[in-house]
Structure formats: structure tokens, C-alpha cells
Design a binder for this molecule. Sequence first.
Ligand code: HEC
Ligand code: HEC
Length: 317
Amino acid sequence: MIVNIISLLLLALLAALFAWLATRAWRAKRAYVKWPAVILAGLFTLIFAAVTGVAGIGLVKLEARHANPVADVKVAGTPAQIARGNQLAWGCADCHSPTLDLPLIGGAENMIAGGPPLGVLYAPNLTPGGPLQGWTDGEIVRAIREGIAQEGRPLIAMPSQAYRHLSDADVQALVAYLRSQPAVVNSQPARNLNIVAALFMGAGLFPTSAQSPVGSVTAPPAGPTAEYGGYLVAAGGCADCHGVKLDGVPPNSFVPAGPPLKPFAVAFSEAQFFGIFRDGLRPDGSPVAEGMPWRNIGKTMSDDDLRAVQAYLKTLP
Ligand code: HEC
Ligand code: HEC
């Protein structure tokens, strides 16, 4: 935070320096010195002023405190809740576990490495040995569905745009499961997003996970129906990689490019559709590509859930 503010001040200082050079150049006697110098210094002034402004907007977004209300819930933690939460938690393991397995002891990789240098972001330890031991159930519910941390700052890279569709029963089941895990201590590097991240965020290229308040959500009755499949698809985050309308994402985007989903649902028999999520195999026996987290998605879904998803995907326009 301090480093980012100093970086921002340095950027503003550079803008001021070039503005000063531009006024100096303006007073130059010889035209062949004056105009190139004025134009060059003026250009750099504009660039640094723009960068300072955009990075400033990004820093505000990163540090903003969101006032979304925290529900006053106390999750009972019944065996049925823990079992349901355990099933859903497989969907968290792709990020919150080093082995893609349960329990959710926290990721072992910097989630924002590999692209531009944005800083450090590890998916935190969600066992009672980690930060959540000091959070209320309502604060955890808000983090999952609304992408907001305990003190109100926005989370980054949490798929809350999908989880906001989770029903009250399912999100509370998740809390029950998180609390039931063994308390594992896992020292992870702290979140540290730098001025480049602020710049991307200010430019709208790097979103936060923060959502508007969710309120109360009820799922349709569970069963192999298209209606329940629609719920599983919305809360399951298929849209993140397969496009908002599930009609595919172009290959050069930030996320793995998932294909349009309806054609698979229509062309595959039930057994072939199951094969994707149970074995990671297409009907011709070839493996489903890495970018599709079929193993853990499959573990979040019973056979009836998969039937529901296929039925729903068939109804897409
Ligand atoms: C795509 C990766 C990803 C998935 C999937 C994911 N998370 Fe997260 N989650 C993150 C990251 C990264 C953070 C840290 C964000 C930050 O601090 O800005 C986080 C933060 C959290 C936090 C706040 C914890 C803290 O100490 O600040 C909770 C609670 C949480 N996730 C729960 C879940 C649950 C429950 C699931 C599954 C239903 C889940 N997450 C799935 C990436 C993910
Ligand atoms: C993290 C990104 C990601 C998420 C989330 C995701 N998918 Fe995918 N999916 C992909 C990619 C990438 C492919 C292409 C795989 C390939 O070419 O083999 C794919 C392929 C598929 C296929 C076709 C398999 C094949 O190649 O024959 C189906 C069906 C599918 N996804 C369904 C789903 C459903 C349903 C969900 C949500 C419950 C989902 N996916 C969530 C990335 C994702």
C-alpha cells in the first residue's frame, strides 16, 4: 500500500517534471530546438499524467471498503450440511488447494504470475487453522457470494460473480464444511498487488470480485430437471470459461477458451456426457483438454446433477 502510494507520487512527479521541461522548451529561442522539445516534453507530460490518473483510480478500487451488510447467521453444522458442503467444496479445490484435493489448505501458486507483473496473490487457507478462524459465518458467506473480505475490501480472482447464485442452503453448507476441516497451518505469502495491477484495474482490464449485495437465494428443488441444471450451471461458474451465454469464449481471452456448450449436450448420449465429468474422456476416447476442470466439477455433481446440467444445456437458444 505504502509502496503503491509512493509509486503513484513518483508518477505524478514525472508528469510535473515533463510539464516543467515543456515550459522551459517553450522559451527556447531557436525554432528547431523549441518545437521538437515542446512536443516531446508535452507528450510525456500527457502520458505520465494519464498513467497517474488511471493508476490512482485502480488504487482506489483495490482499497475501497464495501459496505455490503453481513448476514447475522449461525450455521448449525449438521452432518447433512457438512456432507453437502464437502461435495460443493471440490469446486474450490482448483484454487484453494495445492493438490486440487480437500481439505482447502490454500493454494501453492501465485495466481497472478505468468502474465504482466501484477504482484502476489495466493488463494488463502480456508481451514480453521487459517484466517477464517476469526471470521463470523456471515462474513464467510459474504466473501463467497459477494467477493468481499472481512474488513470490506474487495477480493480478487474469487469467482463470486458465479457464487452469488448459490442458495442460502448451499452457501451455509459450504461454511459448515469449511469449519469442519482439520485446522491446518499454512504460511502463505501475503497478498500484494503492485502499481501495475492498479494500472490494469484502473483501465478496467483486471476486475475485482466484489458484487452488489445478494440477499436471500433459494434454489429450485434438486433433481434431474433443466430448472435445477440452470441453477448448477449458474452457481458452478461454467460461464467464466464458456461465455456469459455459454456460447463460447474466443481463444485469445484471459480465461481458458471453453467451446459453446449446447452442441455437446445435444450430440452426446447421457453416458457420453457423464464420460467427460467422470473420466475426462470424449466419446472418441480422446482426453478433455487441461483447461476444463472436469475432475473437480464432476466431484461437485451427482449423476442426477449431471442429468440436470445436460437437460438445461439442451434448452439453450
Ligand atoms: C479461481 C480461483 C478460486 C476459486 C475457484 C475459489 N476461490 Fe476463494 N479465493 C480465491 C483467491 C485468489 C482469494 C484471495 C483473494 C484476495 O485476497 O484478494 C480467495 C479468497 C476467498 C475467501 C476469503 C479468505 C481470506 O482469508 O481472505 C473465502 C472465504 C473463499 N475464497 C472461499 C471460497 C470457496 C468456499 C470457494 C468454493 C465454493 C472458493 N473460494 C473458490 C480464489 C478462488
Ligand atoms: C476454468 C475454465 C472452465 C470452466 C470453469 C468450465 N469449463 Fe468446460 N471447458 C473448458 C475448456 C477450456 C474446454 C475445452 C476442452 C477441450 O478442448 O478438450 C471445455 C470443454 C467442455 C465440454 C466439452 C468437452 C469436450 O471437449 O468434448 C463440456 C461439455 C464442458 N466443458 C462443460 C462445462 C460445464 C457444464 C461447466 C460448469 C459446470 C464447465 N464446463 C466449466 C473450460 C472450462
